[in-house]
Design a protein around this ligand. Structure first.
Ligand code: PLP
Length: 418
């Protein structure tokens, strides 16, 4: 019988069957028929420590027994207060307030609205948004506007607002980026620059260095342009540090986090901002309110999961696990060197990416689909972005598990190339 469910980013005409999953533990998923599948993409980059970390599971159960949900306007609760306090402690300095929402996209929408609200409330006509070429910030209308234009959003173009595109800082071409950014910031009507620090994820796992990130931050500061770091993917350890911004020793004016904030267990997102941005909205004039909410803002169960996640970061050797995973990833990537099917291997922290050679590329390249099914048949979940294959496992993945993933990847690529 056909299912009424319409799945995300899925062409049902090419993929009529979805694989039913019934359990998950650590780095593994278990299908209803008992097949074990290694979760090589951390279930869309959300799972950090591993599936069903016992402390997070317990926190969810205990919170569900006490308070599930309460309207977050006019009310608060301890889990939300604790998450906000703890986030401020560990986030780059200068971030003073936390606004909760429920996905990476909403965290970014909130950030863009905060930036515009700041300039309006301080009486300056700054409305222009700058964003990086190849960026991805989500799939809502505002985040699609900030993201790169292409096949993903062509149909919705009439809904999207204009942003000024700053060239991606490819190695050796950083000066182009700096010059374009400087020119755009100089214009005086620029409100904010939004970017993914150190690695552009869905745009193709494009990595740039910390010095470049620091210079982009410096240029924005010089002109008072608000700097928005979208750490929805990079946050909570993926790039080797808790936040990618740390590696450039920068503090954004606004920081977006989601995915790993609950260890990947349950939806929650947060947008952190500077005191100045909060203060610009603080008034006895209701017209200066930050007009944003969603029904589940600050959901108590999600916040309890986040409290447990932050405690895991404080009390378990998470950084050591990340370092070990990064080292294992490096070794596996080296193992692909010399294989003519792969080119441009690259890594940042726990993430590796590689291009398949001999393909025209592009997201619609069917190689992604056939590779995915060949890998799945071998018990590995990877989701190539066109001809870019990346591996982003949970931090509990072992060196042996990874070795097997890369062996199966090489086999599967051999088969699709034959
Ligand atoms: N921003 C970045 C950098 C992302 O990678 C993503 C999702 O992958 C998002 C925003 C959107 O997050 P969500 O899918 O939770 O809305």
């Amino acid at each position: 019988m056909s299912s009424p469910v319409w799945h995300p980013f899925t062409q049902h005409g090419l993929e009529p069957q979805m694989l039913p999953i019934s359990r998950a533990e650590g780095a593994w998923l278990e299908a209803s028929d008992g097949q074990r599948i290694f979760d090589g993409i951390s279930s869309w980059w959300v799972i950090t420590h591993g599936h069903r970390h016992p402390k997070i599971v317990r926190a969810i159960q205990e919170q569900a027994d006490k308070l599930d949900q309460v309207v977050f306007a006019g009310f608060t609760h301890e889990p939300a207060e604790t998450v906000a306090r703890e986030l401020i402690k560990i986030a780059p300095s200068g971030l003073a307030h936390v606004f909760f929402s429920d996905s990476g996209s909403t965290a970014v929408e909130v950030a863009l609205k905060m930036a515009l609200g700041y300039w309006r409330n301080t009486g300056q006509k700054r409305t222009r948004i700058l964003a990086l070429e190849h960026a991805y910030h989500g799939d809502t209308v505002g985040t699609m506007s900030a993201g790169a234009r292409g096949v993903f959003n062509a149909a919705y173009a009439p809904l999207l607002f204009d942003v000024e595109r700053i060239p991606y800082p490819a190695a050796g071409r950083e000066q182009l980026t700096f010059d374009a950014l400087d020119k755009a910031c100089r214009s005086g009507d620029t409100a904010a620059f939004i970017l993914e620090p150190l690695i552009l994820g869905a745009g193709g796992m494009l990595i740039y260095d910390a010095a470049t990130l620091a210079e982009m931050r410096r240029i924005c500061s010089a002109y008072g342009v608000l700097f928005i770091a979208d750490e929805v993917m990079t946050g909570f350890g993926r790039t080797g540090t808790l936040f990618a911004s740390e590696q450039a020793h920068i503090s954004p004016d606004i920081l977006c986090v989601a995915k790993g904030i609950t260890g990947g267990s349950i939806p929650l997102a947060a947008t952190l901002c500077s005191e100045a941005i909060y203060a610009a909205h603080l008034s006895e004039d209701r017209a200066r309110t930050f007009f944003h909410s969603s029904s589940y803002t600050g959901n108590a169960i999600a916040c309890a999961a986040a409290v447990a996640n932050l405690e895991i970061w404080r009390t378990e050797p998470v950084r050591e696990r990340i370092a070990a995973l990064a080292a294992a990833q490096e070794q596996c990537l080296e193992g692909l060197e010399g294989d003519p099917h792969f080119a441009n291997g690259r890594q940042i922290g726990t993430i590796t990416a590689v291009e398949l050679t001999g393909r025209a590329g592009g997201y619609l390249d069917n190689v992604a689909l056939s590779l995915r099914s060949k890998l799945l048949a071998r018990g590995v979940l990877l989701r190539p972005l066109g001809n870019t294959v990346y591996v982003m496992p949970p931090y509990c993945a072992t060196a042996d598990e990874l070795k097997s993933v890369y062996e199966k990847l090489a086999e599967a690529v051999d088969e699709v190339s034959a």
